[in-house]
Design a protein around this ligand. Sequence first.
Ligand SMILES: [Zn+2]
Length: 290
Amino acid sequence: MTLRIADCGLRIADCGLRIADFLTTPIHDQSAIRDPQSALLTLVAAAFGGVIGSFLNVCIHRLPRGASVVLPASACPRCGHELSWFENIPIVSWVVLRGRCRACRAAIGIRYPIVEAITAAMFAAAWWYYVPSALLVSRLLFGCALIVLFAIDLEHHLLPNVITLPGIVVGFLFSLVTEPGWQASLIGILAGGGVLFGVAEAYYRVRHEEGLGMGDVKMLAMVGAFLGWKLTLMTLMMASLGGSVIGVLLIVTRRGGLKYALPFGTFLALGAAAAATVGPAVLDWYLGLL
Ligand SMILES: [Zn+2]
């Protein structure tokens, strides 16, 4: 019994020493005890992501309406009540206000906290997975573009040039210093844009109506710029597969005919997100089978 108490005391002393050790070790020398630090920084990344998600919401609401994303300050679309800082806290404000405007009680869409939560999770995961690098910045910019395109295409069947065209340029510029390298990026732009342009042209010649919009063409070119041609082809395959499955489900459940226009950009965004995260592992596995 006495032994056990002594042992316990020793352990507590040991634990105290470790904490003291952690507190007094210089930051650059904490590689062995880095976990608490990276956990904290991951939380900071998530909070930062929530704020960025709040801005993405502004883009999603205003870009299809041709309004500026900078001015004026955020306001309730119904009564014009300007949001003060405590009504603008990502996720928290929506929950506290129970999804309603504080002035007129108009409902505020669930899209707002969802976009903020997804962006926060993406920033946290990216921070955890990538070391601070050009690739981390590139992937985060790409992810933000995908979130905005996903939401706007879902609601408006629209993929704004103001996202896709600068996206192609930014993706290519990053490829000069990081993955996938400029050659793969350039081939990705040409292949991604080219394949869909061919499909759109062929559909138009045969059916004399527009099946695929030029927005989809430019969006896949942007995916090519950021991910390179291999993951772009994977994006296209996954988006087509996802679109077909949902399309068939809609026909079977009689909620839409063959001509029911599915927002293909929404599927491209999901496909690109999958390709950017699990794509390299899937490619390795597939090439290992050959
Ligand atoms: Zn209001």
